[in-house]
Design a protein around this ligand. Structure first.
Ligand SMILES: [Zn+2]
Length: 86
């Protein structure tokens, strides 16, 4: 049984990794997609505007244009989503 548990952990890990988001480059006339990964498990909401308590991250599109994304902490909605699910 322990083996099965381990497998399940692996599956969850892969799911967690899939929180990456794809954005279009903001540079004029570019728009090439680039992948942005959240800085941690808590800051998973991406915004282009600087907000309080946001984490600033810069990403480069395939043409090396700099794109700045601010990551916001996810508001506690787990309880609500649980309600929806059950
Ligand atoms: Zn670009």
């Amino acid at each position: 049984m322990k083996y099965v548990d381990k497998q399940q952990c692996m599956i969850w890990f892969v799911l967690d990794m899939s929180v990456k988001k794809t954005y279009g480059c903001r540079f004029e006339g570019c728009g090439l997609p680039f992948d942005a990964y959240p800085p941690d498990d808590f800051h998973t909401i991406a915004t282009l505007d600087k907000k309080k308590d946001s984490i600033k991250r810069t990403y480069r599109c395939p043409k090396k244009h700099l794109n700045t994304i601010y990551w916001l902490k996810k508001i506690r909605t787990s309880r609500e989503s649980m309600k929806k699910r059950f």
